[in-house]
Design a protein around this ligand. Structure first.
Ligand code: DQA
Length: 171
């Protein structure tokens, strides 16, 4: 029997008294070694740095009327703290590349389920076409969707999907 996680109750944007939609908070989380983007295994991850990617995502979010907060950490406990505090910060949607924690972190999976914030899983490389241990993701089955294999474009596709998803939220 499949377990269905109810992702509905946090899927609300705030509205002001006139009923117009306020900006949504989007959180972009990046896991271990993604600070090395640009120089790390460029055959898989390309040559764009994480700061150049986050900068242009931030511009995209702002243009759509939203706010992007981002964090990269090599430490699982730091990522867990950011996930756990996301509801208090009013986060409506998370875009996450858990890096190698994709394939190992039951703790981060549990945290995503606990906060019940809809999220999009992103990978630069196509994890399904690499080593066997990368085929398993602890996030994919509870994500809204997964974007994998388009290099830095994966993040842009995720932001596009996030903006579309936010526009469909109940208000
Ligand atoms: C990655 C894929 C993971 O398997 C790897 O450990 C990473 C990056 C990607 O973006 O393709 O660090 O998440």
């Amino acid at each position: 029997m499949p377990i269905i996680h109810d992702l509905t109750h946090n899927r609300k944007k705030s509205v002001d008294v006139e009923g117009s939609i306020n900006m949504a908070e989007i959180l972009l989380l990046n896991g271990p070694n993604l600070n090395l983007l640009g120089s790390r295994e460029t055959n898989y991850y390309g040559t764009d740095s994480l700061s150049s990617i986050t900068e242009s995502l931030s511009i995209k979010a702002t243009k759509a009327g939203h706010n992007l907060t981002y964090l990269q950490s090599n430490a699982e406990h730091t990522l867990l703290e950011w996930i756990q505090t996301a509801p208090k910060k009013g986060t409506s949607l998370i875009i996450i590349n858990p890096g190698a924690f994709t394939h190992t972190s039951i703790a981060m999976r549990d945290a995503m389920i606990a906060v019940n914030i809809p999220f999009i899983e992103v990978h630069l490389s196509n994890i399904a076409s690499r080593e066997i241990f990368r085929k398993k993701s602890y996030f994919s089955d509870i994500a809204i969707g997964v974007i994998s294999g388009f290099g830095s474009l994966s993040y842009h596709v995720a932001m596009y999907a996030a903006i579309e998803e936010l526009s469909r939220l109940e208000i």
